[in-house]
Design a protein around this ligand. Structure first.
Ligand code: G6P
Length: 369
């Protein structure tokens, strides 16, 4: 087992550090040689195929569901197709409005999650077209779906998903670009611009790893806390949910994610002196709104760790500690922003002495209801 860990103390850490490589593997086979366009040979869609989609229904569980939440932003903004995201176990039992104009996208690392597989069958029964995004070649969902896009993350051993999630984000962003070009909503320039920033991600991730020591120090600061809050807006809200899940599943600290704008509607009551708030503020278009949310929690004496883009000067003035993310396109940023959140969860679990790769009560793949 030590050999399989490749010199890392845990599979989770190894898998976090594999992200530059697997992100590259997942995208390079889908970027045309001129570097300007996305191509999915495995889909081979025509403009009509995309134009005939009335609605996209994304269905998944756990971390894969969180990837779906971000895909809603990618697809709606870049391809202007309405997207609904549902938890597989909810979708299957709610008599969903799904018909032949619906494209159902299921996301599953293992391809074996029972609720996701059942939801896929339900969508097909209602006449939907289907696409599986999965990491396991020949898995049940890959066999059940009409078409498959593989994430090339390689085997993921740690129960807490890391590299599978980032490759899901990559695959979904590429898909949004592909659909946006085919249905005419995305200009060639914009597509090329996002691709350029995507191609810089593997190198930029290494930049994040250079600051792993700072994140370890932050983990030591939060290790005794009982509640931790993650806040964010737009795509950073979806990431906040993933950051909170990662932290609770392996550190066993209660963590909750809130949309910045929802703070006043409940969570603010729980913000007392010293409570850590991880404020994700990488998205420029909502930066000012995030700053006012940060001020709201600072006024209650919260300890705020801000996650910002390199070069930011404004958010930095309002927070106690900072994690910086290399500069990139808004759509590309989430792929990098999650990495420090994974590291924070990892180091917090380690310092608390937990079994990082096999957290209590959890399984890698949930194949029974
Ligand atoms: C379990 C795992 C999670 C995973 C979820 C969905 O809960 O512990 O890490 O996100 O199942 O799994 P899937 O294989 O369908 O992506």
């Amino acid at each position: 087992e030590a050999a399989e860990k490749g010199g890392f103390e845990h599979f989770m850490l190894k898998e976090i550090y594999e992200q530059p490589k697997v992100i590259k593997d997942t995208m390079s086979c889908r970027i045309a040689s001129d570097g300007e366009q996305i191509q999915f040979e495995e889909l081979n869609w025509t403009p009509e195929d995309v134009k005939s989609i009335g609605k996209i229904m994304i269905v998944a569980c756990g971390t894969a569901y969180h990837a779906g939440l971000l895909a809603k932003y990618f697809i709606e903004k870049l391809a202007r197709i309405p997207v609904e995201v549902d938890i597989a176990s909810e979708y299957r039992y709610r008599d969903p409005l799904t018909d032949s104009k619906t494209l159902c996208i299921v996301i599953s690392q293992s391809g074996e999650t029972i609720d996701t597989l059942a939801a896929l069958k339900e969508a097909k029964r209602r006449g939907a077209r289907s696409l599986a995004i999965t990491n396991v070649v020949g898995s049940s969902v890959s066999r059940e779906a009409d078409q498959v896009v593989y994430t090339w993350a390689g085997p993921e051993i740690a129960v807490a998903s890391t590299k599978a999630y980032t490759t899901q984000l990559v695959a979904l962003l590429l898909l949004a670009l592909y659909m946006g070009r085919l249905n005419g909503h995305l200009t060639a320039d914009r597509e090329a611009q996002v691709i350029r920033d995507l191609q810089r991600v593997p190198d930029q991730c290494r930049n994040i790893f250079d600051h792993a020591g700072d994140i370890k120090e932050l983990a030591a600061k939060i290790k005794e806390k009982e509640d931790i809050f993650f806040i964010g807006r737009s795509m950073d809200y979806g990431l906040a949910m993933e950051g909170a899940l990662k932290l609770k599943e392996i550190s066993y600290i209660h963590a909750e994610a809130y949309a910045g704008g929802e703070l006043k509607h409940g969570t603010l009551a729980l913000i007392i002196s010293g409570v850590p708030v991880i404020a994700l503020a990488t998205q420029q278009d909502v930066e000012e709104k995030m700053i006012s949310n940060i001020k709201e929690v600072k006024a209650r004496d919260a300890y705020v760790i801000g996650v910002v883009q390199e070069g930011d000067t404004e958010v930095r003035k309002t927070i106690d500690s900072v994690i910086t993310i290399p500069r990139s396109d808004n759509f590309v940023l989430p792929i990098m922003t999650v990495i420090p959140l994974q590291l924070l969860a990892y180091y917090t679990a380690v310092v608390r002495g937990n079994d990082v790769d096999k957290p209590r009560n959890l399984a890698k793949s949930v194949t029974v209801e």
